[in-house]
Write a protein that binds this ligand. Structure first.
Ligand code: HEM
Length: 421
């Protein structure tokens, strides 16, 4: 029998407030203080294992050791995720459902989405040139909402765009932002699920035709492993799993604009001549460097020992995405924004986890990484080639690490927008 030691535990009975005060750095800092990539803490009054770093990434995405059933905390299920969706499935049922997303997000479909976003964005530019100073983050959201609904085959009248956009944004922007906004996020979950449930019901009864080759059609007609259609509420949750994250790319597009502003040498370099490799490196570094999702949750599937520590079946585990993307053991100068590392360096892909780790078809890694990357490169292209704008210095520009997601408090205000193409 091999000797095992117990996992170090933080002395505080509950660390929820400390986690919420510094959600991106809490796990990494505590792990460094304890010199351990795993520790136990009280989170939401229950014990949770906190894991960080490249080795822990390989462990966490080993699905013989961790499962997702009943892993996410209720406040996130009731807002960000919904019930019955792919995030909480395991094993064959998960892989079967995941294939639906990989099909919906095939490369040629991604290109069509990017084209629709480009068109919507170009159409909005005239208003931007006439506008007083405005936050880029908020201005991108209706553009993405319009484009993704059209792409997904979800009818959306012009008059409904502001309300639907606001609801989709609340799902990811208000879920973990204090009690009042959390309640708004719960309401937005009801409103958006009811909206898409009506659409899918109407399609299944033959009252509405969904265009084939759209996400709405794919979700509505998807059958589980036993050949049964998804319950309509689950189909609505999965359709939201496509609409919501595309609108959430507004966070990364805002960070693209922030990085162009903060790193003039890169604005100069990318703006002077087309360089797809440099553009790709810039976008990857935005995804590594800037904070979006702090962590993901799972449960220990079965008792096992790792690095001499014993894990017990049923324990909740939180894997630190932000800290792993900033782990000095894998990323020299982890807090420096350095696209060069993607051009010169050797990257350990296991340490790059802004949208989760493991294999996208087999584990819970995000199926939208390419889509997010393409939309960010579109943002780079439009911000550099179609527009001139100014960034007033009298605003809170720094990403706000106490906010989830950590967009600058004022939403990255721009002014004096001029079209140049
Ligand atoms: C805005 C940029 C995005 C970020 C930061 C992001 C981040 C993430 C993260 C952290 C996960 C969880 C990984 C895990 O559980 O281990 C995830 C899963 C997921 N993402 Fe994304 N994502 C983004 C864009 C997208 C897009 C564009 C789509 C689809 C259009 C998408 C659809 C999904 C789905 C369906 C899952 C669940 C996968 C599963 O459980 O197997 N995401 N994403």
């Amino acid at each position: 029998m091999t000797d095992t030691r117990s996992i170090p535990r933080l002395p505080a009975r509950d660390s929820t407030l400390a986690l919420l005060a510094d959600p991106y750095r809490f796990i990494g800092r505590q792990a460094a203080a304890l010199s351990s990539d795993v520790f136990e803490a009280g989170i939401f009054l229950q014990p949770a294992l906190c894991l960080t770093g490249t080795e822990a990434a390989s462990l966490f995405y080993d699905d013989t050791r961790f499962i997702r059933h009943n892993a996410a905390p209720e406040p996130l299920v009731a807002t960000l995720f919904g019930r019955g969706g792919v995030q909480a499935l395991d094993d064959a049922a998960h892989r079967h459902r995941k294939a639906l997303f990989l099909d919906v997000l095939r490369p040629e479909r991604q290109l069509r989405l990017v084209e629709l976003v480009r068109r919507e964005w170009q159409a909005a530019l005239h208003d931007w040139t006439l506008s007083p100073p405005f936050p880029l983050y908020a201005a991108l959201q209706p553009i993405l909402t319009r484009a993704v609904c059209q792409w997904a085959g979800v009818p959306l009248a012009d008059d409904d765009v502001p309300a639907r956009s606001r609801q989709l944004v609340r799902l990811f922007d208000s879920a973990a932002s204090g009690p009042v906004r959390h309640v708004l996020a719960r309401r937005a979950r009801h409103q958006t699920e009811a909206w898409l449930t009506r659409l899918i019901e109407a399609a299944r009864r033959g009252h509405t035709r969904l265009s084939v080759d759209t996400a709405a059609h794919a979700v509505s007609t998807h059958v589980d492993m036993e050949g049964r259609p998804l319950p309509v509420g689950v189909a609505a949750v999965e359709l939201l799993n496509v609409l919501r994250p595309v609108v959430a790319v507004s966070v990364y597009m805002t960070f693209v604009a922030h990085a162009l502003h903060a790193h003039r040498e890169w604005r100069q370099r990318l703006g002077s001549e087309p360089d797809p490799r440099a553009a790709m490196a810039f976008v990857q570094e935005v995804r590594r460097h800037y904070p979006f999702f702090p962590a993901v949750a799972a449960r220990v599937r079965t008792d096992f020992a790792w690095q001499g520590m014993s894990f017990r079946a049923g324990q909740r585990a939180l894997f630190d995405l932000y800290g792993t993307n900033h782990d000095a053991r894998a990323w020299p100068g982890p807090d420096t924004f350095s696209p060069e590392r993607w051009l010169d360096g050797t990257i350990d892909p296991r340490a790059f986890v802004p949208q989760g780790g493991g294999d996208v078809a087999l584990q819970h890694r995000c199926p939208g990484e390419d889509t997010a990357g393409r939309l960010m490169r579109l943002a780079l292209d439009i911000l550099l080639q179609s527009l001139r704008y100014e960034v007033p210095s009298s605003q809170r520009l720094a990403p706000d690490l106490s906010r989830l997601p950590a967009v600058p408090r004022d939403g990255f205000v721009i002014e004096r927008v001029r079209r140049i193409a």
